[in-house]
Design a protein around this ligand. Structure first.
Ligand SMILES: Nc1ncnc2c1ncn2[C@@H]1O[C@H](COP(=O)(O)OP(=O)(O)O)[C@@H](O)[C@H]1O
Ligand SMILES: [Mg+2]
Length: 265
């Protein structure tokens, strides 16, 4: 059984057709990347997987169950299998790290404080953070905040984790750290991971498979190597443009580091 299956999904907003028949099957434990230009519908696609958006036509199956057809307790159980890490991690600034990670546990279950403390400690250690429960998000580095956001997403033991552009806007060093974290989390917890990205390096280094979304359709689906080797002109154009852009970023960042300029991307 697949973790997630999209079958001929169509979605339009008014007259704008965003998804024009998308079919995908993501395997359990897979680290699956979805890439494409900005505005192509990657976030819309991801939101279908968690039931935040319903298709106009077609189906979304999560572990074989139609996410838009289940009701009541079954629906709650199915949704709880999926966690989402949004682009801007969005920790609650007025809460400590402990309260941030404990938040979904308090929302969904009635654990004792002792049980919560144990789960929070376990999830923080999964993302290589220990002993920072008492800190406020403002006291943490960007990388640590992302780790806490991930620990919070892991609190409910999701089977599937969806990441929407987890590294967009980060410098290359932090991008590498987050990419590695996503990959090691998949290895440690065995969680099926779907990552929306437009960072070609991340895909090449970490993806098991990659889907390229273009003009409302899956234009390519395969391994990173097959992606790089593809003769599809749309893929070629995307790959070249992205490589140029990331090379520029790397060069700029290296120059800045050498010149002692910090705090820039
Ligand atoms: N809730 C919505 N209502 C209307 N239009 C939307 C909505 N969500 C997304 N869109 C439109 O769908 C298109 C794809 O959006 P999105 O999935 O966010 O792109 P991407 O994540 O690939 O950058 C955009 O043109 C966007 O304006
Ligand atoms: Mg998006």
């Amino acid at each position: 059984m697949y973790a997630i299956q999209l079958i001929n999904v169509h979605k339009a907003f008014g007259k704008q057709k965003v998804l024009k028949g998308v079919s995908l099957a993501i395997k359990k434990r897979e680290l699956f990347y979805i890439i494409g230009k900005s505005g192509e519908g990657k976030s819309v696609l991801l939101k279908h997987m968690i039931g935040l958006i319903k298709p106009d036509k077609g189906k979304v199956l999560v572990e074989g169950q139609d996410i838009n057809a289940v009701e009541g307790k079954e629906a709650i159980k199915l949704r709880r299998k999926i966690g989402m890490v949004f682009q801007y991690g969005a920790l609650f600034d007025s809460m400590t790290v402990y309260e941030n990670v404990a938040f979904p546990l308090r929302e969904h279950f009635s654990y004792s404080e002792e049980e919560i403390r144990e789960i929070v400690r376990e999830k923080l250690s999964l993302v290589d953070l220990e002993g920072i429960e008492h800190k406020m998000p403002s006291e943490l580095s960007g990388g640590m905040r992302k780790r806490v956001a991930l620990a919070r997403a892991l609190a409910l033991n999701p089977e599937i984790l969806l990441y929407d552009e987890p590294t967009t806007g980060l410098d290359p060093v932090l991008t590498e750290e987050i990419d590695r974290l996503i990959s090691s989390t998949r290895d440690r917890v065995g969680v099926t991971s779907v990552v929306v990205s437009h960072d070609i390096w991340s895909v090449v280094k970490y993806a098991d498979r990659v889907a390229f979304l273009s003009n409302g359709r899956i234009e390519f689906l395969g391994t990173p190597q097959e992606f790089l080797d593809s003769d599809n002109p749309l893929v070629r154009r995307f790959v070249c443009a992205r490589f140029e852009e990331s090379m520029m970023k790397l060069l700029i960042s290296a120059c800045r580091r050498r010149a002692g300029i910090t705090g820039c991307q």
